[in-house]
Design a protein around this ligand. Structure first.
Ligand code: NAD
Length: 281
């Protein structure tokens, strides 16, 4: 039976460490503050924003939630971002995605000052991941690396397979595993013989967004299986991995909920702390 990687417990450890660092900065007169902008009333987005506010409260980071109506124009949103970019006391800016369809997400992300882009979504921060000279890492892949480290799982010399090639999860995940000296393969919707590739993986990361996508026959016995997917089935949140069947084969597995999700939010806190520290120097 696979050992469960408890993202909630590891996340609590990480947040306790961040809280200490935030307090240490406060003693030097440096405040840490995150601005979260949400446009419209998508229920899932509202939950994510609430979780981020809660994590700020837990770590002692000040938060400012800016809620804008669904009919907000791109220009109005850009003007809010301009204001946040110019305010010195704001260290991190996050725009909750997805945005309403009439707003171009790329334009919005490009408008966030890269030094405050704590999601690491802008081109400059994404590009820096390649060279390893990054200021911030995107929160989900960074959180997965932290989960692996804190579970004693090394990627060095291992076969690592990432399913999914999005700019925010799949691609940066693959690069980070490469930085960890893994032998990395990226799979996607056009990959042929997917299960042949995934069965080679010592570390298998699934970021597809389809419930039950990763089945037991796709997993090498003893592998570490990291489930990034968030899918809603009959009102329940599940991952991409057929948890019960895969648990019987894998060596390690992350549950959904309670695996990657909490770590993603913790890494956002880490990035905000880092931004405040850099801004103070
Ligand atoms: P995306 O839709 O941008 O990417 C999905 C990827 O899956 C694509 O690259 C596509 O090529 C691949 N794919 C689709 N069908 C496939 C198939 N049949 N075979 C192989 N590959 C296939 O999604 P994303 O933004 O990368 O997110 C992926 C999932 O992770 C979603 O469920 C999302 O909600 C979740 N997510 C979770 C967190 C978290 O904190 N836990 C953070 C971000 C995203």
């Amino acid at each position: 039976m696979a050992r469960i990687i408890d993202g909630k417990a590891i996340s609590a450890e990480v947040r306790a460490e961040i809280k200490k660092d935030v307090a240490a900065l406060a003693e030097k007169g440096i405040k840490v503050r995150l601005a979260v902008v949400i446009v419209g009333d998508d229920p899932a987005s509202q939950i994510y924003v609430r979780n981020k506010k809660k994590a700020c409260d837990e770590t002692g980071i000040d938060s400012e939630i800016i809620a804008m109506p669904a009919e907000t124009t791109e220009e109005e949103l850009i003007s809010v971002l301009d204001g946040l970019n110019s305010r010195r006391e704001i260290n991190g800016i996050l725009v909750q995605l997805p945005l309403p369809k009439h707003i171009n997400e790329k334009n919005i992300i490009a408008h966030i000052d890269p030094k405050k882009d704590v999601d690491a979504f802008c081109d400059e921060n994404v590009g820096r991941i390649m060279t390893g000279k990054f200021s911030f890492l995107p929160c989900t892949p960074a959180g997965i690396i932290e989960l692996l480290h804190r579970s004693g799982i090394s990627a060095e010399g291992k076969e690592c397979v990432v399913i999914g090639r999005s700019n925010i999860v799949g691609k940066p995940m693959a690069i980070l595993l490469l930085h960890e000296n893994g032998t990395v393969t990226i799979c996607h919707s056009k990959t042929k013989n997917l299960s042949e590739v995934t069965r080679r993986a010592d570390i298998l990361v699934s970021a597809v967004g389809k419930a039950g996508f990763v089945t037991a026959d796709m997993v090498k016995p003893g592998a570490a299986v990291i489930d990034v997917g968030i899918n809603r089935v009959d009102g329940k949140v599940v991952g991409d991995v057929d948890f019960d069947a895969v648990s019987a084969v894998a060596g390690f597995i992350t549950p959904v909920p309670g695996g990657v999700g909490p770590m993603t939010v913790s890494m956002l806190m880490e990035n905000t702390l880092e931004a405040a520290w850099k801004a103070s120097r």
